[in-house]
Write a protein that binds this ligand. Sequence first.
Ligand SMILES: [Zn+2]
Length: 173
Amino acid sequence: MGKVVTIKCPSCGGKVERTNNEFFARCPYCDNEVAFDEIREEAQLGEYREKLDAFERDNDRDQANRQNLKNWLMKRNIILGVMGVCNCAGFSIVGFHSESVSGVGAFLVFIALSLFVAAPPLLGSSYPAYNILYDRKERGGKIVMWVKMIAISIAVLLLSAFLAYIICEVILK
Ligand SMILES: [Zn+2]
């Protein structure tokens, strides 16, 4: 702090100069302790502002991480949903043994299988591997998610094919 601050001693009216960075000084005339309140308040305000800025930065980053995860979850649900619906509908249509629509069924199954191949690398590499709870990056999170997505995609295909089997063999018979 380079600027020289002088205040009036409230006790004797003498001039008290701020010689060091303390917020209090002794009056050289009457030895009364005087406070540099304005400077102290300024310093405190500065500290609060810094804390508030840091808090807002943390908050912004937290919001962005949450939004990233939300977007990813939506993408995952759409891909797995379309995969399951196409697979189930495709196998159901093929199961009708109707020549006129079996091409459509095969096409739907083809879409499901394409998604099955594309989903793990797509969802694994785009997974925001960030632990919001602990506010840190998940090490190897993308690779783990890639493997998880292979397992989940297999489960979706098997379940939707089984559902198609139920539809054809039990409900439509
Ligand atoms: Zn004084």
